[in-house]
Design a protein around this ligand. Structure first.
Ligand code: ADP
Ligand code: ADP
Length: 223
């Protein structure tokens, strides 16, 4: 089976009484977007970080296209990351930030322009990061994350620092960018509207476990 397969995953922090992730199984089909939805502290971030290879697995497995990623060095897995704070290089231009995500080769300028257009920032190449609004910064961060064409993009509350009106607009644009690029993605959020706007399927999480994984219209669990 293609895509991401998480099986019986457990994440445990030293000294904690209960595991942060307590036996989670989840499939993400190629080209689809799954939202991990649940309240603060339920283990969303721990699950995402374990998939990213940033937390050790206490048990279970993470596979891509049926092959365990455990033996592949983190930087060779082709997984991309985006966080709440886009962590842009403050002293580079917009174009410089996006180009950083590209492999060194010719055609960089055209590719940067393409990516900026994709996120609604056509013509922003030479702008300084300090001159951008919070929403524009997250658009740049998304363009940079998409630049290397990651086979899996992991997004940890990428819109949470923005106000509600902006979040709604960006959620729609973010989904459009993921769909246009055919990017497989896992999107962590505590906001149900955001999850519904972004994802094909929503995985509702509570106390380290998944309660339900379904299309937004099929969910019966109230997160
Ligand atoms: P969420 O992303 O849903 O807010 P987290 O995955 O961040 O949840 O946290 C799940 C649980 O694990 C919480 O109880 C949290 O306090 C704990 N936790 C998270 N990170 C660490 C860490 N580095 N060390 C110890 N405990 C942690
Ligand atoms: P927000 O309130 O969302 O952070 P801002 O008020 O900072 O937005 O910015 C609104 C618009 O003005 C944005 O398009 C932003 O790029 C632009 N802008 C803000 N500061 C500057 C600046 N110093 N130079 C050029 N453009 C700026």
């Amino acid at each position: 089976r293609g895509g991401l397969t998480v099986a019986d995953l457990v994440v445990r922090y030293p000294g904690a009484t209960a595991p942060a992730v307590d036996g989670v199984s989840l499939d993400v089909a190629p080209g689809s977007v799954v939202a991990l939805l649940g309240p603060s502290g339920c283990g969303k971030s721990s699950l995402l970080r374990a998939v990213a290879g940033l937390e050790p697995l206490a048990a279970g497995s993470v596979c891509w296209d049926g092959t365990s990623v455990a033996d592949v060095p983190v930087h060779r897995r082709g997984f991309g990351l985006m966080f709440q704070d886009g962590q842009l290089f403050a002293h580079r231009t917009v174009g410089g930030n996006v180009a950083y995500g590209l492999p060194a080769r010719s055609g960089t300028r055209g590719r940067v322009a393409e990516l900026l257009e994709l996120v609604g920032l056509a013509g922003y190449e030479d702008r300084g990061i300090a001159t951008l609004s919070g929403g524009e910064r997250q658009r740049v961060a998304l363009a940079r994350a998409l630049a290397p064409a990651p086979r899996l993009l992991l997004l940890d509350e990428p819109l949470s620092a923005l106000d509600r009106a902006l979040r709604e607009r960006l959620a729609v644009d973010l989904r459009a960018a993921l769909v246009a690029t055919g990017t497989t993605a896992v999107f962590v959020t505590h906001d149900q509207d955001e999850a519904f706007a972004v994802a094909d399927r929503v995985a509702v999480m509570s106390a380290g476990r998944l309660l339900q994984v379904d299309a937004p219209a099929e969910l019966w669990v109230r997160p």
